[in-house]
Design a protein around this ligand. Structure first.
Ligand code: ADP
Ligand code: GLC
Length: 494
C-alpha cells in the first residue's frame, strides 16, 4: 500500500514526546514489510536545510482565505532508506523554535493556521509528486485536518477517489481547542465547522473533527481504546467515541530496537543482554557517578524520565506536603534519579527537593543520551501515570532489565505484568489508585523484593528483557486497519 503519514513530529527531526518515536518507527517498519511510506512534516527552524535536498519549484498551498507558498525539502528516514520525509518550509509559520510553542508561549497563537498549512500542504505534496496514497494516516490533533480534507474535499477529485484516512490518537489530553474566530485559518468551507465535527461548545476542536471524519480511528493501546470511551478517560469526547466505537481500535506501540537495544546501544559505557548482565552493573556505576551519588552496587536505583506534567502523576511523587518522594528517600535505603522538563512548579520543586535529599538527584532538561544511561543503569523505573495512552519508557525499561513500577492504566496495563511474589512471575510492579500512599507502598514492595527476593528480581529482569516489543506485530494490525479504512471509506475490498 501507499501510505502517507502526516505528523507534527518524527524522530530524529523533531520530538516533544513519544509521538515522534512512534511515527518514525511505524513508518520504517511498514516500509520494511514492503509498503511505500512517506512522511510529511514541517521544516522547523532547528532542522538544518543543508542536510536536506530541495525539490524544484514552490508548492502552492490553499490555507486561510488565500494561498501560501512553501518550499519542499526531502531526505530519507535514517535507518529506513525507502521512507522519504518531506518538509514544508515556510518561514512565517515554521521558522522558529518550538513545535507547538515555547516555555513563554506554550501554544503558539497561530497554531490553527500553522497546522492547517501542514495538512493542506501534505496533500499538495502528493499532487506535486504525482503520488496518490491509499491511506492518509494522520497523528494527533495537529494533523486532524488531514482526514477532514480526505473525506470532505479530496474525494471529489479523481486522484484521491481511492484514498482512505486513518486517524491515530496519541493523547486525548491535547485536543487543539481554539476560538471559532480562527476557523477562517483552516482554509475550508464554513459548512464544515459543523459538517466535519469541529464545533464543540461554540469553539473549534481539532481532535473531535479528526475522530468524526476519519474512516478508521486508532489509539496506541487496547486498554486506552476502552478507557477513552468512558467519561473518566474521554476528556469530553467519550460520547463521540462510543458512537464511533466500531471504527475505534487500540494497537500498542512497538520499540525501535535499532535505537533501544542494550546489546548494542552506543550511548552506554558497557553493553549487556539477558544472558550476561555484567554490563548493567557498569552502567549503574556510571549512572551513580553522573549524578554524584555513592557508587554502591547493593542499593536499588529508582528512575523517572519524562514530561513533568500532571498526566505523568508527578504531583503524587513530588508535590509539597503531598508527594511520596520525601518519605521514600527518608525511610528507605534507595537512590532516586529523575530526568525531565515541564511545568514550572514541578521543575522548581524538584530542584528544591534535591537540595534537601542527598539520595535524590535530578536533571531538568531534555537529554536523549542521558535517558539511555538511566534506562540501563537503574534497577526500577517509576511511571505512576494518571493516564497513559501507551507509554514508551516502560517498554525501554523492560528491554533494559529495569523493572517498571506503574499504575495499571492504558498501555502500562497492556505491557507490564504484575509481580507474583509466590511464583516470581511478572515483569514489574503495579498499583491501581493514583495516591501518594499507593506509589509509596508499591515502591516499598519493589524495594523489599530487591533486598529479599533476589532470584525473583533476576527472573523478572530476564523475562522482561526477552519480550518481543518489535513493531512487526503492531504493523500487521495497522495493515488490517488500513484495509478496513479502504473498505469503509472507498468501498475498496483488498
Ligand atoms: P509521552 O509521549 O506522553 O511524553 P512516552 O513514554 O510515550 O510519553 O514517550 C516519551 C518519550 O520522550 C520517550 O522516548 C522518552 O525517553 C522521551 N523523553 C521524555 N522526556 C525526556 C527527557 N527529559 N530527556 C530525554 N528523553 C525524554
Ligand atoms: C503520547 C502518549 C504516550 C504514547 C505516545 C506515543 O504522547 O502520552 O503514552 O506512548 O503518545 O504513542
Amino acid at each position: 500500500m501507499k501510505i502517507l503519514m502526516v505528523s507534527a513530529e518524527a524522530v530524529p527531526f523533531a520530538k516533544t514526546g513519544g509521538l515522534a518515536d512512534a511515527v518514525s518507527a511505524l513508518a520504517g517498519s511498514l516500509s520494511k514489510l514492503g509498503h511505500d511510506v512517506k512522511i510529511v512534516m514541517p521544516r522547523y527552524y532547528k532542522i538544518d536545510r543543508k542536510k536536506l535536498q530541495k525539490l524544484e519549484g514552490p508548492l502552492g498551498v490553499p490555507v486561510g482565505t488565500g494561498q501560501e507558498w512553501t518550499a519542499v525539502y526531502t531526505t530519507t528516514l535514517p535507518g529506513f532508506e525507502k521512507v522519504n520525509v518531506y518538509f514544508l518550509d515556510h518561514e512565517n509559520c515554521f521558522g522558529r523554535d518550538g513545535v507547538y510553542g515555547t516555555k513563554s508561549e506554550p501554544d503558539f497563537f497561530d497554531n490553527p493556521y500553522r497546522f492547517s498549512l501542514l495538512c493542506h500542504g501534505a496533500l499538495q505534496v502528493c499532487n506535486k509528486l504525482g503520488w496518490f496514497p491509499d491511506i492518509v494516516h494522520a497523528h494527533d490533533w495537529s494533523a486532524a485536518l488531514a482526514p477532514v480534507l480526505v473525506k470532505h474535499v479530496c474525494r471529489t477529485q479523481e486522484a484521491f477517489k481511492k484514498t482512505a484516512s486513518v486517524f491515530t490518537i496519541h493523547n486525548m489530553g491535547y485536543q487543539g481547542v481554539y476560538g471559532k474566530d480562527k476557523f477562517n485559518d483552516l482554509g475550508i468551507d464554513w459548512n464544515l465547522y459543523y459538517g466535519a465535527g469541529f464545533e464543540r461548545n461554540g469553539a473549534i476542536n481539532f481532535l473531535q473533527a479528526g475522530i468524526s471524519s476519519a474512516d478508521m480511528v486508532t489509539t496506541v493501546s487496547p486498554t486506552y481504546a476502552r478507557e477513552i470511551q468512558t467519561p473518566e478517560g474521554g476528556f469530553g469526547l467519550d460520547g463521540l467515541l462510543r458512537v464511533r466505537s466500531d471504527v475505534v481500535k487500540g494497537i500498542v506501540n512497538g520499540v525501535d530496537t535499532e535505537i533501544w537495544n542494550p546489546e548494542k546501544d552506543p550511548a552506554l559505557p558497557a553493553n549487556f543482554s539477558s544472558k550476561d548482565m555484567s554490563g548493567k552493573a557498569e552502567c549503574k556505576r556510571a549512572l551513580q557517578q553522573y549524578f554524584g551519588l555513592p557508587e554502591r552496587e547493593d542499593v536499588p536505583v529508582i528512575a523517572m524520565i519524562g514530561r513533568l506534567v500532571s498526566q505523568k502523576g508527578i504531583a503524587e511523587v513530588i508535590a509539597p506536603n503531598y508527594g511520596c518522594l520525601w518519605g521514600i528517600c527518608k525511610s528507605v535505603d534507595v537512590q532516586v534519579v529523575l530526568l525531565g522538563s515541564g511545568d514550572r512548579w514541578a521543575e522548581d520543586e524538584i530542584n528544591s527537593l534535591q537540595k534537601k535529599l542527598p539520595n535524590f538527584r535530578a536533571k531538568i532538561g531534555y537529554n536523549e543520551k542521558l535517558s539511555h544511561l538511566i534506562e540501563a543503569g537503574a534497577d526500577f523505573f517509576l511511571m505512576p501515570s494518571q493516564y497513559e495512552p501507551c507509554g514508551l519508557n516502560q517498554l525501554y525499561s523492560e528491554l533494559y532489565g529495569t523493572l517498571p513500577i506503574v499504575r495499571r492504566t492504558g498501555g502500562l496495563a497492556d505491557t507490564v505484568q504484575n509481580y507474583n511474589e509466590q511464583t516470581g512471575e511478572g515483569t514489574g510492579f503495579m498499583f491501581d489508585n493514583l495516591t501518594p500512599q499507593a506509589v509509596y507502598d508499591t515502591v516499598g514492595w519493589a524495594v523489599y523484593a530487591y533486598y529479599n527476593k533476589k532470584d525473583h528480581i533476576r527472573q523478572m529482569q530476564k523475562r522482561a528483557m526477552e519480550q518481543d516489543f518489535t513493531w512487526t506485530n503492531s504493523c500487521r494490525q495497522y495493515e488490517e486497519v488500513y484495509k478496513e479504512a479502504l473498505l469503509r471509506g472507498c468501498g475498496i475490498k483488498l
